[in-house]
Ligand binder design. Structure first.
Ligand code: GDP
Ligand code: GDP
Length: 437
């Protein structure tokens, strides 16, 4: 299970500044929901060789402090339930406020590790003022300036100390059956799909314990198809905290995604793809997960000639630049194309786990290089002499060249397209590296 840290605190203490610093400083993968500043941000970062998820619980645009308080308490409760550790952020320039006290009370009652992070400690004068926060009673207290980055290393060290090598390596999970996670917004039909697949048929279904308390792994074995379904949808129903479904679904989706080989991103045909779906999609791409997009509730759409084709075209425009993704139109209600969806998910798994033969890879890719050479940079003719697939979980290719730093994005895209055209990587993010030969 991937270790997850949530950043909580009232608005304006600097949570998102801190989040951005953490992630950008570490060259991490950030999904910044730009524009809507109050949206949540989540990403995965690495520090001294340990990887973990970071979630900025964001804030709310609300006019009264009452709404703030209720909403923030809700977020803190969810963070306590879902995260492995909490960074509680406060602001030295305002001192301890009532809202800080209220959040502190909630956090003191939890058993999760809490890192009190006093932000905006930009100078030594503020360092003195910051000592007031010791009175909140947290053992682990850090003084940071998110704007300059000072102090962030210490807090990352402390977080990293809690992360076991297993949690950091989660992605390399041992079980060799394909693992699929059904993810998507509330109400798109995740539970319905799961029920349609595994239903009540106990004879063919056996539950095996998931790696975490909040995902259930169900072994599916029917019609000569065998895989593990990672279910988070059903559990959401059972929990008491269900006020903030959207936040909930995001955390759950990330969790399920981390455990999966292939993500089945479910959309509601009648509402299309949302900004949040796109964030989840790009996070899956960055995490190197296989992806299949399932457009559910296709029964609700008035069909004209080409409507699936047009729909697919519009969807791909939104998914760009990663468009080599299967899109399947299903109706869980009418049970149409569900098996097709599972077949495609299995294909994507095959694509993701294939190892291309080195000789074949070189035959084809060196021809592609011959057909279109990398542009000359600073008078240097860039040559590529050899290609190999690396032994990684995300299909990765190393191209050996005389000038690795002189190959630009367009050429890299060309090589990726050639790989996609000549080998089957549909639904699979691939990585390309240039190495000095
Ligand atoms: P959030 O609502 O908690 O996410 O807070 P933001 O990250 O949006 O920050 C609120 C304001 O505090 C912004 O104007 C930031 O530039 C400012 N801020 C954030 N961190 C620091 C810091 O370390 N020092 C100072 N002086 N200002 C900061
Ligand atoms: P979840 O929140 O993603 O788990 O969504 P549910 O499985 O609970 O489904 C939400 C609603 O959509 C329910 O009322 C379902 O009956 C309905 N639904 C699910 N799949 C379909 C479908 O293919 N067509 C139609 N018309 N409704 C569906």
């Amino acid at each position: 299970m991937v270790f997850t840290v949530a950043i909580v605190g009232r608005p304006n203490v600097g949570k998102s500044t801190f989040f951005n610093r953490l992630l950008e400083q570490r060259k991490a993968i950030v999904d910044d929901v730009s524009g809507v500043t109050r949206d949540r941000q989540y990403g995965v970062t690495e520090w001294i060789g340990k990887s973990f998820n970071v979630i900025d619980t964001g804030g709310f645009v609300a006019n009264t402090s009452d709404i703030f308080e209720t909403e923030i308490r809700k977020q803190v409760k969810i963070a306590i339930e879902e995260a492995n550790a909490i960074i509680f952020m406060v602001d030295v320039t305002t001192g301890i406020t009532d809202l800080d006290q209220s959040v502190a009370d909630l956090l003191r009652r939890s058993t999760k590790p809490v890192f009190l992070c006093v932000n905006k400690v930009d100078n030594s004068e503020r360092m003195l003022e910051a000592t007031e926060f010791y009175s909140l009673g947290f053992e682990k207290i850090f003084f940071v300036s998110s704007i300059s980055g000072s102090g962030t290393g210490e807090i990352l060290d402390a977080v990293a100390e809690l992360i076991t090598p297993e949690a950091s390596e989660d992605a390399l999970e041992k079980n060799d059956l394909p693992k699929f996670a059904i993810i998507g917004q509330p109400n798109v039909g995740k539970s319905s799909l799961l029920n349609a697949l595994v239903g009540q048929e106990r004879t063919i279904v056996s539950d095996i314990a998931g790696t975490t308390r909040d995902t259930i792994h169900t072994h599916y074995n029917m019609f000569q198809k065998e895989f593990i379904l990672i279910d988070t949808a059903g559990i959401r129903r059972k929990t008491k905290v269900n006020e903030d479904l959207e936040f909930y679904s995001v955390i759950r989706a990330i969790r399920a995604m981390d455990e999966a080989d292939v993500c089945l991103l479910l959309l509601d045909a009648s509402s299309g793809i949302t900004a949040q779906d796109l964030n989840i999609f790009s996070l899956a791409v960055k995490k190197g997960k296989g992806i299949v997009v399932l457009v559910n509730k296709w029964d609700l759409i008035e069909k004209e000639t080409n409507s699936a084709r047009d729909y697919e075209k519009r969807l791909k425009e939104k998914l760009a630049p990663f468009t080599d993704v299967p899109i399947i139109f299903i109706s869980v209600k009418e049970k149409t194309r569900i098996m097709k969806a599972m077949e495609v998910a299995l294909e994507v798994y095959e694509n993701k786990t294939q190892k291309v033969q080195t000789s074949k890879l070189n035959d084809i890719m060196l021809k592609a290089v011959e057909a279109y050479h990398a542009p000359v940079v600073r008078g240097n003719a860039v040559t590529i002499k050899y290609v190999t697939q690396l032994p990684t979980h995300v299909p990765s290719f190393a191209f050996f060249t005389n000038y690795p730093d002189d190959i630009r994005a367009p050429y890299k895209n060309y090589l990726e397209n050639q790989l996609r055209q000549n080998f089957k990587f549909t639904g699979v993010p691939i990585r390309i590296f240039f190495r000095k030969k």
